[in-house]
Write a protein that binds this ligand. Sequence first.
Ligand SMILES: [Zn+2]
Length: 383
Amino acid sequence: MAKFKVPKEIFHGLGSLENLKGLTGKKAVIVIGGSSVKANGSLERTENYLKEAGISTVVFSGVEPDPSIETVLKGAEFFTQEQPDVIVGLGGCSSIDAAKAMWIYYEYPDSKLEELAAPFAVKPMRNKAYFVAIPSTSGTGTEVTGLSVITDREKGTKYPIVSHELTPDVAIIDGDLCASMPKHVTANTGLDVLSHGVEAYVSNIADRYNDALAKGAIDLVFKTLPTVIEEPNNLEARQAMHDASCMAGMAFTNVWLGIVHSMSHQIGGTFGIPHGCGNAILMPNVIRFNSKVTNKYSELAALSGRTSAEEFAQEVSKLRASVGVVGSIKEYGVSQEEWDAKLDVLTQNAMDDPCTLFNPRKPKFEEIKAIFQACYEGRAITL
Ligand SMILES: [Zn+2]
């Protein structure tokens, strides 16, 4: 038995932002990051469409990348003052993640971050407001997931809050909003989408529903990521990548991810390697490692006319290189000394990461370490 949870309404396609006109409510707080949604006009369009729906708007701005608990509390205070019945997260993943956490504190002001990070800790939401997510990057799929990652900078810890209660009520997937994404962000976030599709597809709780979405997303990434890199103003291709991000998000919020993410979380946190870049470096060797227990990679290889897991691993490397992303941790600029000093801690933390529980092959400490080492050097493993 399994449950498949997605937002109640997903509007998608170029121009789909217009569907805001059909929402109901009295007052919306729009949560944004920096100036990009102002500069590209999407904030103004959002405000205007909401006004057409009879919903007044106020804006909370200044959400930083890797949003902090301080920002979340500041936002929740603003919500309490403004009393919105609609919350809109607009922009990159950080704005939407922060808005989700602000929403929790608005509904339950006595919440504690450490407690929220425990499984199933989020109480029933929607007593005060419902949630609309409008992403302007194609990557994390946060617009359809029950996930929000908040950082406590004092403790140096990232807290993932996981609950289907946090799955947005409405998601708007409008590729128009992504046209101004810089090239390196497009490449890294696009490879993150690929890793969501691949990890969801081989998850040890995968099912047919999520397989279809994951495979569809992977196919779209292979077909369109190189195009959006070469032609950033190709809106049809932007929309396809935005759809892929959403589809992969729907799959992984239901069947989770594997050790590509467990390991990437560590090299991201320790060396600042961008998430999608880290995933792309790790993925080929994780495919080789996992392929000893699953033949599902061969099905993915078939998408590009290949047959084996090894060929699929090579296709992933080829795509990564074609969009200008480095192929090893060393190449990213991590020195041998730093690497040797941290390797055991990184390995242990990857073993303890919740994503490891959903990997198709249960890894041993020495195996994760060997994958890390091979990915540091940029060579293929046999395990
Ligand atoms: Zn990811």
